[in-house]
Every structure is written in structure tokens, then in C-alpha cells.
Design a protein around this ligand. Structure first.
Ligand code: HEC
Length: 196
């Protein structure tokens, strides 16, 4: 028979032993930071990692780069409805309105100067006027974005050309994330204002 004093002694002892085991286990795990921790249950801990461009024999096309299943789209992505509807594109409303705050201009400048200026010029004056690096080598000179024609265009029309391209100009949808394209439109509007 274990009386109650003995029982609480046994409990205390058990707690101490358990505590010691936990402490020594965690210190053993964290002793060498360069080594992986002790892995108790190893299910799926070590899985083969396939690098971009690498082959993968288990893939239907032997490529590590998988095509997303048909009909799926990334979270937060809104498909562009007006790819083949220029009239609709012209009516597409700019969610930023005419916001020309510093935050909007900063993003607009970033993408304009890296994606557009080589052809249309830093100030949007067109490649001939800007003597721009790439534009002047093109058979069709990239036009001015501060022209009367562009001033008369709606924001949606400019957004449309950025997204799907126009004639000799390719689309920039893969270069400028969807959520930053309107900032580029507003940046072009600010170039137009500066060019009065
Ligand atoms: C490689 C050179 C090049 C780059 C880079 C480029 N464009 Fe263009 N862009 C052109 C050419 C060339 C045209 C005329 C295309 C045509 O009508 O056939 C054009 C036309 C346009 C038009 C219509 C102008 C008009 O008068 O019809 C807009 C708007 C425009 N570009 C905006 C942009 C924006 C914004 C960017 C950056 C995201 C950009 N472009 C990047 C070459 C370029």
C-alpha cells in the first residue's frame, strides 16, 4: 500500500524525471545549430526537391515545371475580361481614379522606367524625341505617350495596351503585375501634365 505522502513523493519524482528528460532532449537537439533536429516522425520530412528547369521523370511531360491544371487561376488573380473587346476595355474603370499620390507615383515610375522608357522615353515623349535606346532601332518608332491622342484616350485604353499590347508592341502583362498596372497609367497621366 502506498500512502498519500508516498504517492505525492512518487508524483514529484516522476515530474522531476520527466522534466529532466525534456530538458536534456531539447538541449541535445539544439546543441549543434548546423545539424537538423532530431526527427521523431519522419513522414514526408525528406521529400525530393525539384529545381526550376530540372527534369522530373514522374511528371507527364518529364519537366519539373508543371502547368497549372486547366481552369485554375492564382489566388487573387482577376482574369482580364477585355482582351478581345476594345470597346469594353475603353470603359474599364481605373480603380485608383486620378490618384497621383507619392505611393502611386513611386510604383508607376518603377515600372515605367524599367519597362517602357527604353522605347517611349523617360518623359514619354516618344522614341524619336527621346532618342531612346531601343526605340530608335525599331522600324516603327514607339510613339509619344504625351500626345493629344493619348491625352484623349481613357485610362482603360492605356491599361489595355499594357496588358495585351498593340501592333508592334508586345504585351507587358507578364512584366507588370496586375495590381501595379493602373499605377503605370497614372504615372503616364502625370507625364502628360508635366508636358503641358
Ligand atoms: C520595345 C519597345 C516598346 C516598349 C518597351 C513599350 N512600348 Fe509601347 N509602343 C511601342 C510601339 C512600337 C508602339 C506602336 C505600336 C503600333 O501601333 O503598332 C507602342 C504603342 C503604345 C501605346 C499606344 C500609342 C498610340 O499612339 O497608339 C501605348 C499607350 C503604349 N505603347 C504604352 C506603353 C507602356 C505603358 C509601356 C510600358 C509598360 C510600353 N508601351 C512599352 C513600343 C514599345
Amino acid at each position: 500500500m502506498i500512502n498519500s505522502t508516498n504517492r505525492s513523493l512518487v508524483n514529484l519524482l516522476m515530474t522531476l524525471v520527466a522534466g529532466f528528460v525534456v530538458i536534456s532532449f531539447t538541449t541535445a537537439c539544439s546543441k549543434n545549430q548546423d545539424q537538423p533536429n532530431v526527427e521523431l516522425i519522419q513522414d514526408m520530412m525528406i521529400s525530393p526537391a525539384i529545381k526550376p528547369q530540372e527534369g522530373d521523370v514522374d511528371s507527364p511531360n518529364n519537366s519539373g515545371m508543371r502547368v497549372p491544371p486547366e481552369g485554375t487561376q492564382p489566388v487573387g488573380f482577376i482574369p482580364y475580361k477585355y482582351a478581345n473587346d476594345i470597346a469594353g476595355a475603353a470603359q474599364n474603370q481605373n480603380p485608383l481614379g486620378s490618384d497621383s499620390s507619392e505611393a502611386v507615383m513611386k510604383v508607376g515610375l518603377k515600372y515605367y522606367s524599367t519597362q517602357c522608357a527604353v522605347c517611349h522615353g523617360e518623359k514619354g515623349e516618344g522614341s524619336a524625341a527621346a532618342n531612346s535606346a531601343v526605340g530608335t532601332k525599331m522600324a516603327l518608332q514607339p510613339p509619344s505617350l504625351v500626345s493629344d491622342k493619348m491625352r484623349a484616350w481613357t485610362d482603360g485604353q492605356i491599361y489595355h495596351v499594357i496588358t495585351v499590347g498593340q501592333g508592334m508592341m508586345g504585351p507587358y502583362a507578364s512584366h507588370i503585375p496586375q495590381k501595379y498596372r493602373w499605377q503605370v497609367v497614372n504615372y503616364i497621366r502625370s507625364l502628360q501634365k508635366d508636358n503641358k
